[in-house]
Write a protein that binds this ligand. Structure first.
Ligand code: SF4
Length: 340
């Protein structure tokens, strides 16, 4: 465990005061992943380079604070491309799109900037490869999630989505010896493991991706919760309701018998959750900004949780490059005048 590195959460009690008995464990890594940083940067740079309005298909990332903030700066969020004026500029969200959406954009003459996370693109590429090789595809994930819709759309005729063991059991494919599986990037590691085990029982010759599809950020945040949940009475996860990886963090904690809640912000904390609680672990999903975590810590400090320790379970230093349209926009931006 490392000492808190955050000035705003430092414990400044004097030596003669009673020892603090209520504490916060601030998990690290938490919050923004490289794909979310990249997606938000893309919208912000596009607004600066091309001017408002910039259309964004779906929420750029699944966080209401981020979406509202970008909306105030001129981003217009739409559900489908027919809401975008012909010829306008549109950004695809970090969760990716299907080829059908790309075709629709072309038909409307839209200027596209693609903010799909490279780790989602990796799964799309795998889907295309397996489909070309004649495999039936099983995609483990939540079928109402935009990422799953996009991946399934790469090979819709041969892809089946499963999210339960019953659905695995009910699968029917033309050739049980020619089946491949993929997963959503933001699943629970444990859930993915037992689903893949069940698939291997049903289809002993099933093949999968070379490296797991669950992304590094999803894995790292879950591992951090697993490391700390046993020593906490409560785990608070900062994230929005529709954030898949945030919901999984709550599940990971509950599976370890530590009570946990998903909160959009400090305002959502119910005071009774803290009754009898001495140690609160705080983390954040991959789309939740640090400012919301800071608010939660400050709220807890005001409730007597004066001792804050940042617990770094593993380092995380991933960065993704920007897409060519945005690199070009930066390069073409007028340079500030040099003052002699
Ligand atoms: S959670 Fe993972 S897949 Fe999703 S945007 Fe972040 S890095 Fe990419």
């Amino acid at each position: 465990m490392t000492a808190s590195t955050l000035d705003h959460v430092s414990n400044d009690q004097g030596a003669d005061q009673a020892p603090v008995t209520k504490r916060v464990l601030l998990l690290k890594p938490r919050g923004f992943c490289a794909g979310v940083v990249r997606a938000i940067d893309i919208v912000q740079i596009a607004l600066e380079a091309f001017g408002a309005p910039i259309y964004v298909r779906k929420e750029i990332v699944h966080n209401s604070y981020v979406v509202n903030d970008l909306a105030t700066k001129g981003a217009i969020f739409v559900n489908e491309l027919d809401e975008v004026p012909e010829g306008a500029r549109v950004i695809y969200s970090a969760h990716g799109v299907s080829p059908a959406v790309r075709e629709a954009a072309k038909a409307r003459g839209l200027k596209v900037v693609d903010a799909t996370c490279p780790l989602v693109t990796k799964v799309h590429v795998e889907a295309i490869k397996f489909a070309k090789q004649g495999y039936s595809l099983v995609l483990v994930g939540h079928r109402d999630h935009e990422e799953v819709e996009g991946t399934q759309g790469e090979a819709p005729d041969v892809t089946q989505v499963v999210s339960t063991l019953e659905e695995v059991e009910a699968l029917v494919v033309p050739d049980p010896d020619k089946v491949a599986y993929l997963t959503q990037t933001t699943l629970s590691l444990d859930e993915a493991r037992y689903m893949i085990e069940a698939l291997k029982v049903k289809f002993p010759n099933i093949v999968g991706p070379h490296a797991q599809d669950i992304c590094y950020a999803t894995e790292n945040r879950q591992v951090a919760v697993k490391n700390v949940a046993h020593g906490a009475d409560l785990v608070l996860v900062v994230g929005s309701r529709n954030s898949s990886n945030s919901n999984r963090l709550v599940e990971v904690s509950k599976n370890l018998d530590t009570n946990s809640y998903l909160i959009d912000s400090a305002d959502a904390i119910q005071p009774e959750w803290l009754n009898g609680v001495k140690t609160v672990a705080v983390t954040a999903g991959a789309s939740a900004p640090e400012v919301l975590v800071k608010d939660v810590v400050e709220y807890l400090q005001a409730q007597g949780f004066g001792d804050v320790d940042e617990v770094e379970v593993m380092p995380e230093n991933v960065r993704f490059g920007l897409p060519p349209e945005i690199v070009q926009a930066i390069a073409s931006a007028p340079k500030p005048a040099v003052v002699q």
